[in-house]
Every structure is written in C-alpha cells, then in structure tokens.
Design a protein around this ligand. Structure first.
Ligand code: PLP
Length: 381
C-alpha cells in the first residue's frame, strides 16, 4: 500500500487541519467537579476527590487498595521503595520502554538490567527472562544474585506497551520462583486486561499514569495499586512526607516524599474515569477501522491486541518494513500535518543506561526500527 493512502485515510477519519497523536477529551463532569473543588478550598493534597478516586479506582481494576500520586513516575519510584530496592541493587526491565521506568530505578541508585521483549506483545518476554536468569543468576539465601555483577536482582518491572498486555502471568510465576519482587508499569494500560484480569493487579504492586497523553488524564497524576494492606499504608505514608498523624505536631519518621495527588487533579480525574468505558470503546472501534483499512497491506502491518489480552488500544501502532521505510512514513506524515511518532529509542542506547547489562535484545532492536504510532485520539461524532 502507498503510504499516502494511509495518510489520506487518517485525514478522512479526523477531518482536522493538524492531527495530533493523542488529544485528551473533556466531555463529562470535568468543569463541574473542578468548580466544586475550588469552591471547597481543598485544592491540595487533602480532599474528598482524592479519597473518591482511590475508592473508584480500586473497584474498577479489582485491587484492594489504590493510592493516588502526583504522576506515574512517582508511583513507580514509590513502588520500588516499597519493594525495598536499594542503592546498587538491580532491577530487570525492558529496554523498549518510556524513559520514566528506568528513571525511577535510577532515583534509588539501583541499576536497570535489560531483557528482551516479545514481538507480539512488545512487553517483557517470559522466555527471555527465564533464559537470562538461568544463564546469569543463582538463588542464595532466598535472593536472586546476578553472577555477572554480584548484585542482588531485587525487582522486575515489565511494561504493558501502548496498552497491550505482556504475558504477565508467566512473568509472575518466574519472579515468584526466583524471589524477585514484581512491579507492573501499567502507566499505559488502564482498562486493559490479560486473561480477564486487569493489568497492574498481577504484580505485588502496579503503577498507573494520568499524564495528559494517557487514556484518561488528571493533568498530571498516578496511582499505585496493591492487595497488600501494609504496603498500601506504607505507600500513603511515604508519599505524604512520612508524617505521623498528630493533632498539630510535625513529626516525620523517615525521609518521605511530597508525592500525594492534589484534590484538584483528582477532581479532573474522577470526571475522566466516568468516561473511561466510552473512551475504550471508541479506541477499540478506531483500531477496527485501522485494521480493516490495512488488512491486505503487505508493507504496513497494524498492531493488534495479543492473544489473551483485551487492550485499551491507548496508542495505535503500525509495523513498517525497515528503518528507512519508517523514516519515510514519519516524513510524509509530518508534511501532511499528521503527528506520528517512532517507538522509543532503546534505553541501553541512551547515555545514562549505556553500561547496563542486556541480553541480545533482538526483538527490541527489530521493533525499535519499525514501530510507529499513528493518531489515536478518541473521535467524538
Ligand atoms: C511506560 C511509562 N512509564 C511511566 C510513565 C510515567 O508517567 P508520568 O508521565 O505520569 O510520570 C509513562 C508515561 O508518561 C509511561 O508511558
């Protein structure tokens, strides 16, 4: 298929002069709740909307607890602290991810170790994970020790790329066997399920993001989910400056963080959460449109939800034949005022992570050169 055909198709769907990759939609109670929040004067880190969001969110994803944070990165950072990841520990993740996953690991002074993804999910590969562990690691005193670095592999952070779930049940089984704490980076996968269970609820902890580009947004925001009461309490404590409840005294019992989601953001988020089902349906319909259009194309492959997954299709993606073809498509889209983006540069190719231990990353390298995101905003008729 000529790239121009796809460009024309995108224009016919969106009918806009400039077509962004992903625009938020505010079509519900956003202004009402924001006004109410302002009128209440509780705009900061205490307020009814924060409590409401946590209740609604845990019910929605099916976790016992949800703790709202200022963004997805702080949610991930807090999860790693809760997993007791310490300076010089190692954390396995994928090289094919947004930089925030690895930044959070680095905030602790821990090191990222990169294991390959599966081509069908674009998320961490259980097959490559077990191969890596069997080749490089051994269990000593219930800890996973990396024989190459002599460091402890404390945690594993798989990511559900563009809302498509990785094979998280297999990853969980491997992590349990190898005494590795599982944290899901579910920043992109709100509303996505694997084998009928919500992503983010397989690991001990899951982290979500509500950045402006996500399926729903609070401006900036995140949530940690868990079924573990102690971890939930500790999370709330850590993100509210580790302050001990007291009528008036400021007593803090450890170094804490100012990571609590403000009520103002929670008000916006609640209105967005009320529209989540509608957004997911719209995105799944958009995926059907793209897939139908590209069905017989040999050179542009539409990325569909992997087997066993029900995806939110947060960002729609296509796979092109080569890096040259990818660049050609990006140029043409740009010339036509259509925003499209290549998948992330692999983390081990960024300066900060260039010394990280990696497996061969064959699939990650293949996808890095070929995947492009195309306009994905919810279409309001
Ligand atoms: C995979 C992934 N992890 C983490 C984050 C960080 O979330 P935030 O931007 O809310 O800090 C994002 C999104 O921005 C993301 O896509």
């Amino acid at each position: 298929m000529e790239f121009q055909n796809l460009i024309d198709f995108i224009k016919s769907i969106y009918k806009q002069d400039f077509i962004p990759l992903h625009e938020p939609r505010f079509i519900g109670n956003e202004k009402k709740y924001l006004n109410d929040c302002i009128d209440s004067t509780f705009v900061s880190s205490v307020g009814e909307y924060v409590n409401k969001i946590e209740d609604e969110f845990s019910t929605m994803v099916g976790s016992k607890y949800a703790i709202a944070t200022v963004n997805g990165t702080s949610a991930l950072h807090t999860c790693l602290l809760l997993a007791n990841v310490q300076q010089n520990d190692e954390v396995i993740t994928q090289a094919l991810t947004f930089v925030a996953t690895c930044n959070a690991i680095s905030y602790i002074g821990a090191k990222s170790v990169f294991v390959d993804v599966d081509v069908d999910t674009m998320g961490l590969s259980p097959k490559h994970l077990i191969n890596f562990l069997e080749k490089n690691c051994q269990i000593i005193n219930n800890q996973c020790i990396n024989k190459v670095s002599n460091k402890i592999i404390k945690a594993c952070v798989p990511m559900h790329t563009f809302g498509h779930s990785c094979k998280i049940d297999e990853i969980k089984k491997i992590c349990d066997e190898w005494h590795i704490f599982l944290i899901e980076d579910s920043a992109e996968s709100l509303g996505s399920y694997y084998k009928n269970k919500h992503t983010g609820t397989f690991g001990v902890l899951g982290a979500f993001s509500f950045n402006g580009n996500k399926i729903i947004t609070s401006g900036g925001g995140g949530v940690i989910v868990t079924d573990d009461e102690n971890l939930a309490k500790k999370a709330k404590h850590l993100i509210t400056t580790a302050k001990i409840p007291n009528k008036w005294e400021y007593i803090h019992d450890e170094i804490g963080y100012n990571y609590r989601m403000p009520n103002l953001n929670a008000a916006l988020l609640l209105a967005q959460l009320e529209k989540l089902d509608f957004f997911i349906e719209a995105k799944r319909n958009l995926a059907i449109k793209y897939d139908d259009f590209l069905n017989n194309s040999a050179n542009i492959k539409f990325i569909k939800e992997p087997i066993n997954s029900k995806s939110n299709y947060w960002l729609q993606a296509i796979l092109l034949e080569s890096e040259e073809k990818r660049n050609e498509f990006l140029e043409l889209a740009d010339k036509n005022s259509i925003m499209s983006r290549p998948i992330w540069r692999l983390m081990n190719r960024l300066d900060m992570f260039k010394d990280a231990q990696c497996d061969n990353l064959e699939n990650s390298k293949y996808l890095e050169k070929r995947i492009v995101n195309i306009p994905s905003s919810v279409i309001i008729k």
